[in-house]
Write a protein that binds this ligand. Structure first.
Ligand SMILES: *Cc1c(COP(=O)(O)O)cnc(C)c1O
Length: 453
């Protein structure tokens, strides 16, 4: 019998609904709060910022299944399904009895999973008569996906990119401009929020927090312009469940079911995307799959953060969200996994972590690139620096299996490829990369300024 390497769904087998885990959660996430009144927000309260359908999806704790609009399904078919791949070569290199599978979200034309939410967000904006969309981007993956999706639906896109990554990853801004977006480094002098940040710290290199503040300001001061977000929020993770729903069918084709599901963790969308469809069977049928979110050691909100209401952005414009956070003024080190440099975790994941449905692991930067190298040299795909964290966590588990002799089935999400992150690999290969561990003092300092509600 041939050893099947990859499992691919036909276009007529793709999911037609997203999975909304909120409906099945035993303890529902607590509501977001209005930052001024500290009263719980309703979906309508967020209409000035986001398109209305996304606000409704954000707050939906009733419907476990939400239809994917036909136009969105049509666009998904441009690149889905992504392959589920058995990592035979990686298994062999690790000499592990574990069966390692990865869902290859790098196999989209834009190189990451972000497009899965960019398409529906732009579709709903278009349907609601919006003409302009704006956003922030860290590593540039989200901005790229949004730029393309906006063009697809005839919208104008304005993207604020974290200054440090604009410089570290110059090709991403060229990609965004190729798709017709306008790109600005954040913090910038083009918004009140940006000016305030630069006044306080002229050498500020930017963070997702600063870029979010600027994009929200633009959205709320420009007619017919909506803000879009590539991670953290519930509706984004909802859209990403296409990953896990496909993977569920593909694992069935492989005749296996995962013992461990792993995703790297920035705000939680690719992790939730692959994990929630499987976690549903833990909740509803008592399955015992383990879920591991792999975060960078330099931004350890899951393992060392506090569970509190905090702002989503540096300037404190966003609603207060109940989340595991390092404080909205926390400044993560300039690691190459720009997409994982965010101070907080999405509210669904935060609640699930609190309820011990999953756990986090911290991966030092060097270990992440070590893992990326092994993966590149075995499976032939250069992973995004973010995805390297998931690979590192998978390797840790595979090594435990080697010690115990257990034949566990490990599934991780390969959230993106690293073909335009080669400056990071260059630094690694030249021996110039270092680890950044956060001190307890820093964690105390930044978490003590979180407002009490
Ligand atoms: C944005 C990004 C991430 C982190 O975001 P999540 O919402 O946590 O998934 C991870 N990997 C890649 C390749 C990204 O672009």
């Amino acid at each position: 019998m041939i050893k099947q390497k990859k499992f691919i769904l036909q276009e007529n087998e793709l999911p037609t609904q997203w999975y909304n885990i909120q409906a099945d959660m035993v303890n529902k996430p607590m509501p977001p709060l209005n930052p001024a009144t500290r009263k719980p927000l309703k979906a309508e309260d967020m209409y000035p910022i986001f398109c209305e359908e996304c606000c409704r999806q954000e707050m939906d704790q009733e419907h476990a299944w939400i239809d994917i609009p036909d136009e969105v399904q049509e666009r998904y078919r441009y690149y889905r399904s992504t392959p589920l791949v058995r990592a035979y070569a990686l298994e062999k290199a690790l000499d592990t009895p574990a069966h390692i599978y990865f869902k290859n979200e790098s196999a989209t034309p834009l190189g990451s999973h972000k497009i899965n939410s960019a398409i529906p967000q732009c579709y709903y904006c278009k349907r609601e008569g919006v003409t302009n969309v704006t956003t922030e981007t860290g590593a540039g993956q989200w901005g790229t996906a949004l730029s393309y999706a906006a063009k697809t639906f005839g919208l104008e896109a304005a993207v604020y990119q974290v200054k440090i990554t604009l410089n570290q990853k110059p090709y991403r801004s060229i990609l965004m401009r190729t798709f017709g977006a306008q790109v600005t480094g954040s913090p910038s002098m083009s918004t009140r929020a940006g000016k305030d940040i630069i006044t306080r710290d002229p050498s500020h290199q930017g963070s997702l927090g600063t870029a979010i503040s600027e994009a929200i300001e633009l959205a709320t001061t420009t007619p017919n312009c909506k803000y879009t977000l590539g991670s953290v929020l519930n509706h984004v993770t909802l859209h990403q469940t296409v990953i896990g729903l496909e993977a569920e069918k593909q694992m069935e084709m492989a005749g296996e079911y995962p013992d461990i599901v792993i995703g790297c963790f920035g705000g939680g969308s690719n992790f939730g995307g692959i994990a929630f469809p499987f976690m549903r069977h833990n909740i509803l049928e008592g399955k015992t799959t383990e879920f591991i979110a792999a975060e960078p050691e330099s931004c350890p909100k899951l393992t060392r953060g506090v569970f509190k209401y905090d702002f989503g952005d540096e300037a404190g414009y966003t609603p207060l969200l109940p989340m595991f956070t390092l404080g909205h003024e926390f400044r993560p080190a300039n690691i190459h996994a720009g997409g994982l440099r965010y101070h907080g975790a999405g509210v669904i994941v935060s609640q699930l972590l609190k309820d011990n449905m999953m756990h986090g692991v911290d991966i030092p930067q060097l270990e992440s690139f070590d893992a990326g190298m092994i993966f590149a040299r075995t499976e032939g795909i250069v992973p995004a620096p973010e995805s390297c964290h998931a690979i590192a966590a998978a390797i840790r588990e595979a090594e435990k299996c080697k010690e115990s002799g257990e034949e566990k089935v490990i599934l991780f999400n390969l959230s993106g490829h690293g073909l335009i992150d080669m400056p990071s690999y260059s630094q690694y290969l030249n021996g110039d990369l270092i680890n950044f561990k956060v001190s307890d003092e820093d964690i105390t300092r930044f978490t003590k300024d979180i407002p009490e509600v």
